[in-house]
Write a protein that binds this ligand. Structure first.
Ligand code: 13P
Length: 249
């Protein structure tokens, strides 16, 4: 089954509005006349998303880095899904390891966010991945299965088919250390087999699974050649227009 690749740049807490505008100007020039086959998007900070919306770069998917699961309310500092929809956000990164580590994001809150996003017709990019010590202790599969089964509790199969999962081993994020393409393929296949166990094989074949962790233009092809890797979630190498374009292979 062929799945369209999806490449997402995760800008984390980088760039102000002017820098975002500069990126867009450069990227728009560079992409002109290019035949890009994959889906591609940028997960910008909440304050920079309106800059992306105003510029309406051809086919660029607008991605948020987080959302709240309640429709509205007294939740100081949070952003509601309908606010994101207002500015054309269609995908939201959920459960990034940095949010799990620094902001007490749990599998339970992640599950609530997935329910809220699917109910609003938005697509979650569900992040999972093991830490260095879990990797060394060969606990990768157990950790990821737990993250996925708890995140997907009660999620209907018609929604799961739209899901994007990002496998990001924490030890490979921002370290310059990547999993080998074969290692990443093994884990992404394990994830797909597990979705087949939880739902069924057809559904598992539709889910797009990204690899993330020190992906760059120089190594992205080796990951995308793998049969169960359908894209990448990229931090550092997505911040410059030329380098981001180099990821859209
Ligand atoms: P780097 O590509 O900078 O390693 O970051 C990966 C990541 O966390 C993307 O979400």
């Amino acid at each position: 089954m062929s799945r369209k690749h999806i490449i997402i740049g995760n800008w984390k807490m980088y760039k102000n509005m002017e820098e975002t505008q500069t990126f867009i100007n450069q990227f728009s020039k560079l992409i002109k006349g290019k035949d890009i086959k994959c889906d591609y998007g940028i997960a910008a900070s909440f304050t920079n998303l309106p800059v992306l919306k105003l510029n309406q770069v051809n086919k660029l998917i607008m991605v948020a880095q987080n959302c709240h699961y309640e429709p509205e309310g007294a939740f100081t500092g949070e952003v509601a899904i309908k606010m994101l929809k207002d500015i054309n956000v269609s995908h939201v990164v959920i459960g990034h390891s940095e949010r799990r580590m620094y902001f007490n994001e749990t599998n339970e809150t992640i599950n609530k966010k997935l329910h809220a996003l699917f109910n609003a017709n938005l697509i979650p990019v569900l992040c999972c991945g093991e830490s260095d010590s879990e990797y060394e202790a060969k606990k990768t599969n157990d950790v990821i299965k737990k993250q996925i089964s708890l995140a997907l509790t009660g999620i209907k199969s018609q929604h799961v088919t739209k899901l994007v999962i990002a496998y990001e081993p924490i030890w490979a994020i921002g370290t310059g250390k990547t999993a080998s393409a074969a290692e990443a393929q093994t884990v992404c296949k394990m994830i797909r087999d597990y979705i087949a166990e939880l739902y069924d094989k057809n559904i598992a074949q539709k889910v797009r699974i990204q690899y993330g962790g020190s992906v760059k233009p120089e190594n992205i092809k080796s990951f995308l050649e793998q049969s169960d890797i359908d894209g990448a979630l990229v931090g550092g190498a997505s911040l410059q227009a030329k380098s981001f374009l180099g990821l859209l292979v």
